[in-house]
Design a binder for this molecule. Structure first.
Ligand SMILES: [Zn+2]
Length: 345
């Protein structure tokens, strides 16, 4: 941790909290769309933690978590290490209440595409340039990353997802997930040293553990997301000795003992309105009906069934323009449920 930590246009001396921006892109009005940052340089030595939210522009909850942590919970004179907080990573998505950047319909993190957006394009499109600036100014300076997303509905399960296939980050990611304390989903996608340089891949290739956190009820700053997010983030900081204190177990939410395995998306075969018969977190048997799609006369068109013994973690239905969870309706091929199982050790 340096004597003076510099990110974007801000420099924080030891024991100080500063705010500023990472320079972003310019609109046709010449208005600059920059990325606001908070920078806390602790008085004592320790790791640099980057906490980011709102890579997807409608997933707000993490912004509040970052502000609570950096403005209320942590005293820089007590902090060992540093925190870089980025409440809204993609202002081009956030400004239009959209999941993706309105200007080029791209995902800053490279999600949802066969040729993902990478963070190595200083001469690229608007969103590629934001990703490049984020890598240069923030991600590349971090020793670990907490990347906060949100499922849309308030009944979704909280979870963290970690990829354990990279020996350089596996052990620290497992410690981070355990400390955060919600349901943990293990990603066993093969780690490639030469994978496309998305923000997440660049972090992994540089040996920086990057944990994905999914809070719930993304569009509204609400409980229990704020409390769970703040508690989990503070727990990670305790686990890595950045602050004093005992790790606090998560309370008042469903936690499925793990590790758990992501099984994919159940999709609709018919279109119409949809009702849900089982809450996320219930154990369901293969073939059990958990939702019904019905027409505008009230006739049931499809009973949606569980593909295996396992759990639903969220109902991301109503997807449009890459935005899950906008309305309680589906068309053929639309997302109905995210499904996971408990991994057998
Ligand atoms: Zn997201």
């Amino acid at each position: 941790m340096p004597e003076n930590l510099q990110v974007g246009n801000v420099t924080a001396k030891r024991g100080k909290l500063q705010k500023g921006i990472i320079k972003g892109v310019e609109l046709n009005t010449t208005t600059s769309i920059d990325i606001p940052i908070l920078l806390m340089n602790g008085a004592k030595d320790g790791p640099t933690l980057l906490v980011v939210s709102t890579q997807h522009g409608i997933e707000l909850q993490g912004a509040e978590v970052i502000l609570k942590i950096m403005r209320e919970k942590i005293d820089p004179s007590e902090l060992r290490g540093a925190i870089i907080g980025i409440p809204v990573e993609n202002p081009l998505a956030y400004m239009h209440h959209q999941y993706l950047s309105w200007i080029d319909n791209l995902d800053l993190g490279g999600g949802g595409s066969a040729s993902p957006l990478t963070a190595d394009q200083p001469d690229g499109t608007a969103t590629e340039r934001l990703a490049y600036a984020l890598w240069q100014e923030a991600w590349s300076k971090a020793d670990m990353v907490i990347n906060i997303h949100c499922n849309t509905r308030p009944d979704s399960l909280f979870f963290t997802e970690i990829n354990v296939m990279n020996p350089k980050t596996k052990e620290r990611l497992e410690r981070m997930a355990e400390a955060f304390g919600v349901t943990t989903v293990i990603d066993r996608t093969l780690f490639k040293e030469d994978g496309p340089p998305t923000l997440a891949n660049l972090a992994a290739q540089n040996g920086v553990p990057d944990i994905l956190v999914e809070l719930i009820d993304g569009r509204w700053i609400s409980e229990p997301s704020t409390t769970v997010g703040v508690r989990g983030t503070l727990n990670i900081m305790k686990a890595f000795d950045m602050i004093d204190g005992e790790i606090e177990p998560q309370e008042g939410i469903i936690v499925i003992p793990g590790p758990c395995k992501w099984e994919g998306i159940v999709r609709a075969n018919r279109g119409g309105l949809i009702r849900f018969l089982k809450p996320p977190g219930d154990f369901l048997r293969k073939g059990e009906v958990f939702a019904e799609i019905y027409d505008l006369y009230g006739d049931v068109l499809e009973e949606v069934k569980m593909p295996m013994d396992g759990y639903i973690w969220a109902y991301p239905c109503g997807d449009i323009l890459g935005t899950p969870g906008s309305m309680q309706t589906v068309q053929t091929g639309a997302n109905v449920a995210y499904v996971f199982t408990q991994e057998k050790e």
